[in-house]
Write a protein that binds this ligand. Structure first.
Ligand SMILES: [Zn+2]
Length: 569
């Protein structure tokens, strides 16, 4: 057996141990992670764990399978608590049984280390002084505080993880961090100057010497009349997913974090390489080999602890994309490969989420914003022959100067803030192309293509009715007609509805005879869409109602059978 699960209940270690028992196994080893009463010099009173479960379970099960495969063990199991935990509670349990003890030890260690690194679980610490905060590994943000990275702190800190080593590093970190804070406080005068905004629930840390922590200050953007306190509240409520933590992603992440966007998801399955550093200014040489998403989330947390930065060390795939995107309002594509861009495009169109795309090639790049929520054009409308990977070189093959992705990432961040703040002048259905060698700019108008497979296959709504004649309109679905403000009236007989119900939750049923001869009390000023089986009766009825002064009554061409048959207009 080989399982991972989350539990809201305390763990029964006896039952867990028994589940791994096997007469063929001579070795069993387990690990327990406990909630401790301190972290980074703060007295912790309790913890909350939150997991992004669909993705977490998939990733954790992958880890379990890897452990079995790698170490040839017989059974492995891991259970992680979520919800409220008290000091001393067991937060995680790992068990492995094998023919020999050696493999069991190795597999157990492997599972807990990988779970800590790769599984999206977040921890909120509650402190004795009443403050609380989502915790990332701030140790890692202090340059000289350690040599070995322990990303456990990012996800969760359990007691049994090489204790003496950890304590030594924490002490080093504390002296470094308090020194840093004192220097910062001195440089700024009063630490609380400016307009601290929306501080409840944020990480209001104090250093071990009682010096108040300097708080994020958004006064320079709140001063803009288009932003103000209400704009800041919008940013705080926003959830933005950034795909790719490289040359484009770094400025996007930095500016959105500085601006106080409430939650930022970071998706990147790559580890930092030395060749990244000339353009990816968030990282340091000593971080080479670490997951970029984790490193970036730690930096962002140091930059603004009010922002809930969540690292997903995975590659975006057709399998996980919809789950990931569901949690966020706006998506920013900062990848350098076309298959990911088109995958992202298709899912954003399907989920009707806005997405900001950018691509960079040597000295030039382009920016496009896809707004399926406004029925805008998408990537496939512009590039019907989706560019295959390898056709246009990425940074590795073609070369790039560091500031080029920096410029485009900054433009993406700017457009993201404009979108979130609902500022005027947002890039519409157009492609912005900049050549930074010649400094030439062009804006190309793009149109939503009727041939685009995305809009055809994904049944995206088109609230504007497609008038075939003055009377007849077509929709991809009745939900679209509903979204366009039309009252849907199915005029078929009751027995017809039994065989084929009206494909809409918002339709009224008024049989044709009643509609034309009964007292329906329909207001002639209303907007109606009449629906029948084939579109013939509804056409006749709409014609009749028009003659009686119903100015905005329409007939659905093809009727409900047409809807069932056709997904393309
Ligand atoms: Zn399209």
């Amino acid at each position: 057996m080989n399982t991972f699960r989350f539990s809201h209940e305390p763990l029964d270690t006896e039952a867990l141990r028994e589940s791994l028992r096997d007469p063929a196994c001579g070795g069993y080893t387990s690990f327990e992670g406990w909630v401790r009463n301190h972290n980074e010099g703060h007295n912790v009173s309790r913890l909350e764990y939150e997991a992004f479960e669909p993705l977490a379970v998939k990733e954790a099960q992958r880890i379990m399978a890897e452990a079995v495969e790698r170490f040839g063990i017989e059974h492995a199991s891991c259970v992680h608590r979520i919800g409220d935990l008290a000091i001393g509670d067991m937060a995680v349990w790992v068990g492995a049984s094998a023919r020999h003890r050696h493999e069991a030890f190795l597999a157990c260690r492997y599972i807990i280390d990988e779970v800590k690194h790769r599984v999206p679980i977040w921890k909120k610490e509650h402190y004795e002084n009443g403050d609380s905060g989502w915790v990332n590994c701030e140790r890692c943000a202090a340059p000289s505080a350690h040599t070995e990275h322990d990303h456990a702190g990012h996800h969760h800190d359990h007691a049994a993880h090489s204790r003496s080593h950890e304590i030594a590093r924490e002490q080093a970190h504390h002296s470094e961090s308090s020194e840093r804070l004192r220097a910062k406080a001195r440089a700024q005068g009063t630490p609380s100057q400016g307009t601290p905004f929306g501080v409840e629930g944020a990480a209001l840390r104090r250093d071990p010497h009682g010096m108040p922590e300097v708080r994020p200050d958004y006064s320079r953007q709140i001063a803009l009349k288009e932003v103000g306190a209400s704009g800041q509240a919008k940013l705080r409520a926003a959830k933005v997913l950034v795909i790719g933590c490289g040359g484009l992603g770094v400025p996007v992440l930095t500016y959105l974090t500085g601006a106080g966007v409430g939650r930022i998801g970071l998706v990147d399955g790559d580890k930092l390489e030395p060749s990244n550093l000339h353009r990816q200014t968030l990282y340091a040489l000593k971080d080479v080999g670490e997951y970029k998403a984790v490193l970036a989330a730690e930096r962002l947390n140091a930059l603004n602890p009010e922002v809930d930065a969540r690292a997903y060390t995975v590659r975006l795939t057709a399998e996980n994309a919809a789950d990931l995107l569901a949690e966020y309002d706006l998506v920013i594509d900062c990848t350098d490969n076309f298959s990911t861009k088109f995958l992202l495009n298709d899912i954003c169109v399907r989920l009707r989420k806005p997405a900001i795309f950018s691509s960079v090639y040597q000295y030039e790049g382009q920016l496009q914003i896809v707004r399926p929520d406004r029925n805008g054009a998408c990537l496939r409308c512009v590039w019907p022959e989706a560019t295959r990977d390898g056709l246009v070189g990425n940074c590795a093959e073609a070369g790039v100067l560091g500031p080029v992705p920096g410029v485009f990432g900054s433009l993406q961040a700017l457009e993201a803030l404009k979108t979130l703040l609902d500022l005027p002048g947002q890039l519409g259905d157009e492609l912005l192309v900049l050549d930074l060698l010649t400094m030439s700019t062009s804006r190309v108008r793009i149109r939503r293509s009727p041939a685009c497979p995305d809009h055809a296959s994904s049944r995206v709504s088109r609230p504007a009715p497609v008038a075939v004649t003055n009377l007849e309109v077509e929709y991809e679905s009745l939900d679209d007609a509903d979204a366009a403000g039309l009252q849907i009236i199915d005029i078929r007989e009751a027995n017809e509805l039994v065989d084929m119900p009206t494909p809409s939750g918002n339709a009224r049923h008024i049989p044709m005879a009643e509609l034309l001869h009964g007292n329906t009390k329909l207001a002639p000023s209303g907007k109606y869409l009449l629906v029948c089986a084939s579109g013939r009766r509804s056409y006749a009825a709409a014609e009749e109602l028009r003659s009686r002064g119903f100015a905005e009554v329409y007939s659905l061409r093809g009727g409900v059978t047409g809807l069932a048959r056709r997904s393309v207009i």
